[in-house]
Design a protein around this ligand. Structure first.
Ligand SMILES: NC(=O)c1ccc[n+]([C@@H]2O[C@H](COP(=O)([O-])OP(=O)(O)OC[C@H]3O[C@@H](n4cnc5c(N)ncnc54)[C@H](O)[C@@H]3O)[C@@H](O)[C@H]2O)c1
Length: 285
């Protein structure tokens, strides 16, 4: 069964929707008869996305709106909302999905930190500040999806700024779900999308060909729509290498750092290499 917000004739707003996971989701929804409002800061990619989505939609260009948007700027997200409501009159699905990487380590690259937190975390905060109240007041089934990352849960070394931004999205989306539950008559559900390794625009800059381990963005979109239909809050995606069981164990190990009083990020600490491997391999049945 599909999520009740995702029906033909209703409207989806997707940030970072001109590429990758956002575009794959917009494509599925356009093909299913929804209006799609795609926001991205890349104007050329938006033009290409508009042509793709128009072809997929039975209503053609009437059901497709693309808006050049910088989600790190509140005024730009307000303009997005005004354009979406002006054209379609309502918003059933908000997907705060725009994202970027290349932040930096804890005491490095201040510009990178500001850029990554500006897009990834402030972009989601802006989306919620601008759209949520109106979606509640519509009084119709609605959904808000924020795109997080496994890096915001297990915190692997490499790009602390990115991890912080995605950990912030997890925390924010959990708070959103809780607060929406407490609003009387509210029909808006919240969901945290956690993609696995996915071959998208972000990856294509570094990897010319899709690695065998990676999913395609269409697989993430299909998994997302299926799990939304089941009412899941955490939409954790596997990929061709990392199974749901591997994810579960990695998350449990990470949480165990605190509850077992191990050093931070012990998964990557040489003293804990053997213990982590044994934990991952242990027979649980
Ligand atoms: N690809 C993966 O393996 C993976 C894994 C986990 C999480 N994610 C997350 O998935 C989301 C989608 O990324 P993707 O992998 O599809 O990459 P992508 O690069 O294909 O798509 C991201 C889109 O966001 C847009 N964008 C960047 N900054 C923006 C801004 N300030 N305002 C508006 N749009 C902006 C880009 O132009 C791009 O079109 C991101 O939040 C990313 O962090 C991706």
């Amino acid at each position: 069964m599909a999520h009740p917000a995702l029906i033909a004739g209703r409207t989806a707003v997707i940030t970072g929707g001109a590429s990758g996971i956002g575009l794959a989701t917009a494509s599925r929804l356009a093909a299913a008869g929804m209006n799609v409002c795609v926001a991205d800061r890349d104007g050329n990619a938006l033009d290409t996305a508009a042509r793709t989505l128009t072809t997929l939609s039975a209503s053609g260009a009437d059901a497709v709106l693309t808006i050049e948007t910088d989600v790190s700027q509140l005024a730009s997200v307000e303009a997005l909302r005004d354009a979406a409501l002006g054209r379609f009159g309502e918003v059933a699905l908000l997907m705060n999905n725009a994202g970027t990487g290349g932040g930096g380590g804890p005491w490095e690259n201040l510009d990178g930190w500001q850029r990554v937190l500006g897009v990834n975390l402030w972009g989601v905060i802006h989306g919620l500040q601008v759209f949520t109240q109106g979606m509640i007041e519509q009084g119709t089934p609605c959904a808000i999806i924020n795109t997080g990352s496994k890096q915001g849960i297990t915190n692997p070394p490499g790009d602390a700024a990115y991890n912080v931004s995605k950990a912030g999205i997890k925390s924010l989306t959990e708070s959103l779900a809780h607060q929406l539950r407490g609003v009387e008559g509210c029909q808006v559900s919240a969901h945290l999308l956690v993609p696995g390794f996915t071959y998208t625009g972000m990856m294509k800059r570094f990897l010319k060909e899709k690695p065998a381990a990676a999913w395609l963005p269409e697989q993430v979109a299909d998994h997302l729509l299926e799990r939304l239909g089941c009412g899941d809050f955490y939409v954790l995606c596997p990929d061709n290498e990392v199974t749901a069981d591997i994810d579960r164990r990695r998350i449990e190990w990470g949480t165990g750092d605190m509850t077992e009083n191990r050093p931070a990020l012990s998964r990557w600490h040489s003293d804990y290499e053997a213990a982590f491997e044994a934990f991952m391999a242990a027979d649980r049945d």
